[in-house]
Design a protein around this ligand. Structure first.
Ligand SMILES: Nc1ncnc2c1ncn2[C@@H]1O[C@H](COP(=O)(O)OP(=O)(O)O)[C@@H](O)[C@H]1O
Ligand SMILES: [Mg+2]
Length: 297
């Protein structure tokens, strides 16, 4: 199987495409009735690489494909702590279409918000093929979360990548759903904890590029949830800033609350006039977008 053209940055030039991956790409090219595909697999098995390949090959086959990235930590597109929706951009790469802030990068901790986000973004994706990437948590609470993610996303095809022993039971929970099992590439490489942390930091930093302090009038702000430590938010808490319709516009880092001026100050790229809602997160970021330890809730 020839490699895709090196001009496309969606798929790295060095990608290995196992014959079974190419087989799935042909299947999707020929079956317009398959509109929602969920990729499952353990951590570091090649889920993101497979999603990139399928997005590229579906586009090349003339389908309008989009990517729903439900992995909250290791993002393909958009900031961490968010479910994101992306599409292939002009000149290769991915462009962010929409996102839903869920508050943290640990999937089980923010499962309810993540499930709502998956359902919302799947409903608004303007694509005839929607590929969903997932986190690699398969055991215990991860297995229950996978069942809930399947219920929110309603795939018409499950793709199980790699041979993790928990994949069998997860697929068996959904006997009515068609399934493709694919092998991982022999070129898969494990990421260290440090590499993961760095990838999250860089993805946050890309989102906050060009941010500046913004004063948000408290009277105009509908709050969702509460800051972790009670009435006073911990320093530099991450928040989601949405418009009055509830559509996320940008993330923010809380710099302080000024009750005298009745404003909350946040570091953000958001246009203040568009913001009408604030969703409290459970993560804090320093000036360089490193995640900060928070006092226990
Ligand atoms: N088919 C492949 N060809 C080349 N490298 C791959 C392939 N699949 C995975 N890798 C490499 O293995 C690592 C993990 O892959 P990734 O797609 O990030 O896994 P996951 O999304 O499941 O955590 C990455 O460095 C990636 O480049
Ligand atoms: Mg990934």
């Amino acid at each position: 199987v020839p490699n895709p053209p090196a001009s496309s940055s969606i798929v790295p030039a060095s990608i290995d495409i196992p014959a079974e991956w190419a087989g799935l790409a042909s299947h999707l090219a020929e079956r317009p009735a398959v509109r929602r595909v969920l990729v499952l697999g353990a951590v570091d098995v090649g889920k993101s690489t497979l999603c990139r390949f399928l997005l590229h090959s579906a586009g090349a086959a003339g389908r309008t494909a989009a990517l729903l990235d439900a992995d909250l930590g290791q993002k393909m597109i958009g900031p961490p702590a968010c479910v994101t929706l992306g599409r292939a951009a002009e000149g290769g790469g991915l462009a962010l279409s929409a996102f839903v802030f869920v508050g943290a990068t640990e999937p089980v901790r923010v499962a309810d918000r993540a499930l709502v986000g998956i359902g919302r973004l799947a409903a608004e994706a303007q694509a005839d093929l929607l590929l969903a990437n997932s986190d690699g948590l398969l055991r215990g609470p991860g297995r229950r979360l996978k069942a809930a993610e399947i219920a929110s996303f309603r795939p018409d095809l499950l793709v199980a990548l790699g041979g993790h022993p928990e994949l069998g039971p997860i697929l068996a929970d959904h006997p009515a759903l068609p399934t493709w099992r694919l092998p991982a590439s022999p070129l898969v490489r494990r990421k260290t904890r440090g590499e993961r942390r760095r990838a999250r930091r860089q993805a946050f930093a890309r989102h906050f590029a060009g941010a500046r302090p913004l004063a948000l009038p408290l009277a105009k702000l509908v709050m969702e949830g509460a800051p972790l430590a009670g009435a006073v938010p911990p320093p530099r808490l991450l928040v989601g800033l949405a418009d009055v319709a509830g559509r996320d516009r940008a993330l923010g880092i809380v710099l302080g609350c000024d009750p005298a001026a009745a404003v909350l100050r946040a570091w953000t790229t958001a246009d203040g006039s568009a913001i009408g809602r604030l969703r409290w997160g459970m993560t804090a970021l320093d000036e360089s977008c490193h995640e900060l330890p928070l006092p226990a809730a």
